[in-house]
Design a protein. Structure first.
Length: 175
């Protein structure tokens, strides 16, 4: 149970950090404003994302957006929470990945339910802002780190499976 409560504390901290950082951007910037932090590389910006990652589905019909950006993520969070509970006694990084996904999804869902869009503000680019990677936020970062952990787990399981297959005794009997 100690791991569960530690992960709950982490999720709460990340959700609060996400919401406070988005609130700071909303109160300090006007929509569309950017502030270079590291010239030629990083700016803070106030961006409204009505779609999913990279703005996918932003121009879809309202019924589509309600289902795919509000309904399904809530169901998905419930499923991920169930996976988190299931993995508490397994490797820590798997439980951590699920906790990060829940925190990130919750942070963005709060925006979607309260604002109708997600506030993004971290913008990386090379030399000119016009060449920027899509803006993102703390919640998106949590989900990205979790995806990395799950990819590492996938390859770790492949490696273990291959090792077991290579070390398994030959079961074919000779006649």
């Amino acid at each position: 149970m100690k791991r569960f409560w530690s992960l709950c504390l982490l999720m709460s901290t990340l959700i609060i950090t996400d919401q406070l950082s988005k609130g700071a951007i909303q109160t300090s910037f006007y929509y569309g404003e950017t502030l270079p932090v590291i010239k030629g590389f990083f700016s803070l910006a106030y961006v409204k994302n009505t779609g999913a990652a990279f703005g996918f589905g932003a121009n879809g019909p309202e019924w589509f957006r309600q289902i795919f950006f509000l309904g399904l993520p809530v169901l998905f969070c419930g499923w991920i929470f169930w996976l988190l509970i299931k993995t508490l006694k397994g490797p820590f990084y798997i439980s951590l990945a699920y906790a990060l996904i829940i925190a990130g999804a919750t942070g963005n869902l709060i925006d979607r339910f309260s604002l109708g869009y997600v506030v993004d503000f971290l913008m990386f680019y090379w030399k000119e802002e016009a060449n920027h990677f899509p803006a993102f936020n703390v919640a998106d970062s949590c989900i990205t780190i979790a995806a990395g952990l799950l990819i590492i787990d996938f390859f770790q399981q492949l490696k273990e499976k291959k090792s077991l297959e290579n070390n398994a005794p030959d079961t074919i009997s000779k006649s």
